[in-house]
Design a protein around this ligand. Structure first.
Ligand code: FE2
Ligand code: FE2
Length: 164
């Protein structure tokens, strides 16, 4: 199936963002594991898998439209402690949210409604799941104080890395 080059180019731009999100969550999950914040590790590792899924769907769609996926990862921002990591992840989700909205508008102009629906589903994950969870964590830190919050997310992490 052919689509407009504009849609393919924009999907490639979005792909860079999803790959960046995946990498940022990957490193943040490892930092949480090192610090024994097991509850944050579990959630953020799961987000990494979600972002990988988003990237996979974009790659599949680009290929289906006859384009060439661009695996260039967009810039990432690694935090240095729990609040800065959560804030950096939330800023990332807000950026992705704005880019997805732009992409949805472009798909409507180009009358590519199937791509539009793929982006709408990613916007739902971004707004209602990823960003909302991060907003709630920052609110909890405000309400209960950092020490209490950190205590509430502490758990040992048992990572099983499969290398073969
Ligand atoms: Fe995503
Ligand atoms: Fe996300």
């Amino acid at each position: 199936m052919k689509s407009s080059q504009k849609v393919i180019d924009y999907l490639n731009f979005l792909l860079g963002g999803e790959l960046g999100a995946r990498d940022q969550y990957f490193i943040h999950a490892q930092m949480y594991a090192e610090w024994s914040f097991g509850k944050l590790y579990d959630r953020i590792y799961h987000e990494m898998q979600d972002e990988t899924g988003h990237a996979q769907l974009l790659i599949q769609r680009i290929l289906m439209l006859g384009g060439k996926p661009n695996m260039q990862v967009s810039e990432i921002h690694i935090g240095s402690d729990v609040p800065s990591m959560l804030k950096s992840d939330l800023e990332l989700e807000y950026r992705v949210q704005e880019h997805l909205k732009e992409g949805i508008a472009l798909c409507e102009t180009e009358r590519d409604y199937v791509t539009r629906d793929i982006l709408v589903r990613q916007l739902e994950d971004t707004e209602q799941d990823h960003a909302h969870w991060l907003e709630k964590q920052l609110r909890l830190i405000d309400l209960m104080g950092l020490q209490n919050y950190l205590q509430s997310v502490t758990a040992e992490v048992n990572q099983q890395v499969n290398t073969h």
